[in-house]
Design a protein around this ligand. Structure first.
Ligand SMILES: Cc1ncc(COP(=O)(O)O)c(C=O)c1O
Ligand SMILES: [Zn+2]
Length: 365
């Protein structure tokens, strides 16, 4: 395991959070087999674990509820939706938490803890319960009640915090005990390993090819970083060349630290003051992995788009009705960005465009 920022190496046989030397996110370096996609994928598994040989958890240690391997639909000519609403707890957070909880249990965590804007808390509660681990989640007190209730039903201890996810993170840092293992976004290395299956799945579902454009609603950025890592692994295995889909990061205009940094051509993130969005997963004012998102966007010649709150909510309703897919507001933001890009000519005729609906709208109702 090595630091994404400074390269310092870290022990994989013990629990790790961020880099000991510089405090930045760690990257799990999985030994890559020499196989073709056909040889590598276990077609009998309808979950993200079908990519087992490139995942860092042995079969007998997996904590799985059937996450991933979600459908892709071509909803208009060249426009595809990857729909994560059918995951076990209703969002793509299940991918990361399945992997992180498997690793945490394997490496001897006592209790798992995390701050969350919503869906991650439910996912962590479900996987920790499956693994027999205790769990504490710290949640902003204006998070939808349905999310808080579900965490409680799944056996989690829930701490409400006045403020956004970064305040919740600070509360946890000040209050956690010696047995507690923090699985916060990109402050724990295995969630990205779960999320990278998104990059593999797209490739398989497009017939061992990648689309030209991928549009992703970004909060902490694990999905963006995960797909980017997956494609690098696929290149190292000789599955693809140097070409990549253009990666577009979508945020709410009420909390858009990555878009701002991208527009200003910076390679670091400034804290977004007073983050306001009810696309809860996007309310991340100071993502530790923001510099990686900027790298992924830059290397793929992608971009970053902020969508006004009103447009997010109108679009979410419209597109859910139009397509009969239960869009979450984060997915609605991604769809709105696709509309804008189509109007502005950023998306060209004939290009295949994938829009991520990262979870179910139902979870927030
Ligand atoms: C539904 C939904 N979409 C997108 C995101 C943002 O995810 P990431 O942290 O990978 O950027 C979240 C995070 O909470 C979420 O719940
Ligand atoms: Zn480092």
């Amino acid at each position: 395991m090595a630091c994404f920022a400074c390269g310092a190496s870290h022990d994989v046989t013990s629990l790790q959070t961020v880099c000991r030397q510089c405090g930045m996110p760690l990257r799990v370096n999985v030994p890559l087999p020499r196989s073709t996609p056909d040889e590598l994928v276990d077609q009998s598994l309808a979950s993200m674990w079908r990519y087992g040989p490139v995942l860092p958890i042995p079969v007998e240690e997996r904590i799985s509820l059937g996450e991933g391997w979600t459908p892709v639909w071509e909803v208009e000519d060249g426009i595809f939706v990857k729909d994560e609403s059918g995951n076990p707890t209703g969002s793509f957070k299940d991918r990361g938490m399945s992997m992180a909880v498997s690793a945490a249990r394997l490496l001897g965590a006592g209790r798992v803890v995390a701050p969350s804007a919503g869906n991650a808390a439910v996912a962590l509660s479900a996987y920790a319960s499956e693994a027999g681990l205790r769990v504490l989640v710290a949640i902003p007190n204006d998070t939808p009640g349905a999310i808080i209730d579900r965490c409680g039903e799944l056996g989690a201890e829930v701490q409400m915090v006045e403020g956004d996810i970064s305040v919740a993170g600070k509360w946890l840092a000040a209050n956690r005990g010696p047995d507690d293992f923090d699985v916060s976004t990109l402050k724990e290395p295995y969630r990205v390993e779960g999320k990278k299956t998104m990059g593999y799945e797209i490739f398989e579902q497009f017939g061992w090819q990648l689309p030209e454009v991928v549009i992703y609603p970004t909060g902490g950025g694990t999905g963006l970083v995960g797909m980017w890592k997956a494609w690098d692994e696929m290149e190292a295995m000789g599955w693809i060349g140097t070409e990549r889909p253009r990666l577009f990061c979508v945020q709410s205009a009420g909390c858009a630290p990555i878009v701002k940094a991208h527009d200003e051509d910076r390679d670091d993130i400034e804290v977004w003051p007073d983050p306001m969005t009810t696309a809860w997963g996007l309310r991340v004012p100071s993502p530790i992995g923001g510099f990686l998102c900027l790298r992924a966007i830059g290397e793929t010649n992608g971009g970053a788009v902020a969508i006004p709150e009103m447009v997010i909510h109108e679009t979410t309703e419209e597109v859910s009705e139009l397509l009969g897919v239960d869009f979450c507001p984060e997915g609605g933001a991604a769809w709105a960005a696709m509309n804008l890009m189509r109007e502005s000519g950023e998306i060209e005729i004939g290009q295949r465009v994938l829009v991520w609906n990262t979870g179910a709208g139902e979870s927030y109702r």
